[in-house]
Design a protein around this ligand. Structure first.
Ligand SMILES: C[S@@+](CC[C@H](N)C(=O)[O-])C[C@H]1O[C@@H](n2cnc3c(N)ncnc32)[C@H](O)[C@@H]1O
Length: 309
């Protein structure tokens, strides 16, 4: 099985500006690629909370190090996990989606490349599988999911086909799903015809958008002043949410920028008056050509970075 290659590894960890004795959260531990690099920059007092909602992933890739605290849960639950504490973390990293370890395991049902059960649950303790979802959802809602989360042009026809085949008991595994989609969406030399629909079903089934929105808001509370949030996303739906979130919470910064030049005292006064949580946008980074050549999964990645001020 192809192992997972961490995306934007150096860039994302450099962006966190690791303090040797700092406390960090890797909200999407996966195969531990990013955690390992953070760890190499910490001293004995440093700490990493390694979160993943997939127990199998955590068990398989766990490394023994006293500085890592493993948590098998959703990152949307971070606030409860930290007992509503605030301003305690120096940096948070999100590397969204699923890993190659999950994608390339046919039994997990994430991939149109292999045949397997129509599962797609990131957390295998969740009750509803992709098959259950497709069986019970109506055409209109399914079509909307394919349109919104997959940006699939043929969403109506694909949704109709999926429902027809599943009703006739002819859609029982990932090969069937891939076939049913390909009838409508013909082969294209750049993208597999089923790519967008598989992505859409996975995102909806695992409530990935709700998770992201909650995770971002909680991160803002958990970060110390000066702490950094770095997020790697892989498609435009996620990136739009991250961009909007950063813009919203950096609006004071924008207001100040619009009023420039201001003295330091005026800026301090401004922040004291507006005691809300605020972010300063640091920037965004894309993978370079070399990385894309070595790891095609990185092609659509964007890293966005902001600092709590
Ligand atoms: C792209 S992989 C991370 C890979 C990791 N950075 C590495 O280099 O090995 C994303 C991981 O996040 C986990 N995940 C996805 N959504 C999650 C959520 N809402 N809460 C916690 N973990 C989640 C997945 O199970 C997967 O293992």
């Amino acid at each position: 099985m192809i192992s997972h290659i961490p995306v934007l590894l150096e860039e994302s960890i450099n962006s966190l500006n690791i303090k040797k004795n700092g406390t960090y959260i890797d909200a999407t531990y996966g195969c531990g690629g990013h955690t390992k690099l953070i760890l190499s920059r910490l001293n004995n007092q440093g700490k990493i909370y390694a979160i993943d909602r997939d127990l199998k992933t955590l068990l398989k890739h766990k490394i023994l190090d006293k500085r890592i605290i493993y948590i098998n849960n959703n990152f949307s639950k971070l606030q409860n996990l930290f007992k509503n504490k605030t301003d305690i973390i120096d940096g948070i990293l999100f590397d969204l989606g699923i890993s190659s370890f999950q994608l390339n395991n046919p039994k997990r049902g994430f991939s149109y490349m292999f045949n397997g059960p129509l599962d797609m649950r990131i957390n295998q303790n969740e009750k509803i599988t992709a098959h259950d979802l497709l069986k019970h959802i109506n055409v209109k809602k399914l079509s909307k999911i394919l349109k919104i989360y997959g940006e699939e042009k043929y969403h109506k026809k694909i949704a109709y086909n999926i429902k027809k085949y599943i009703f006739n008991n002819k859609l029982n595994n990932t090969r069937d799903l891939s076939y049913v989609i390909s009838i409508v969406n013909k082969k294209n030399k750049f993208k597999h015809p089923a790519k967008r629909s598989f992505q859409a079903i996975r995102i909806f089934l695992n409530k990935e958008i709700e998770e992201l929105k909650k995770g971002l808001n909680i991160s803002l509370k958990l970060l110390k002043i000066g702490g950094i949030i770095s997020i790697i996303s892989f498609h435009s739906i996620e990136d739009r949410i991250i961009k909007k979130f950063m813009k919203k919470h950096s609006s004071y910064q924008n207001q100040i920028n619009n009023k420039l030049p201001l003295t330091k005292k005026q800026i301090d006064n401004f922040y004291t008056k507006n005691k809300k949580l605020t972010l300063k946008i640091i920037g965004r980074i894309f993978p370079n050509k070399n990385e894309i050549l070595k790891n095609s999964r990185s092609r659509s990645a964007i890293l966005r970075i902001a600092q709590k001020i």
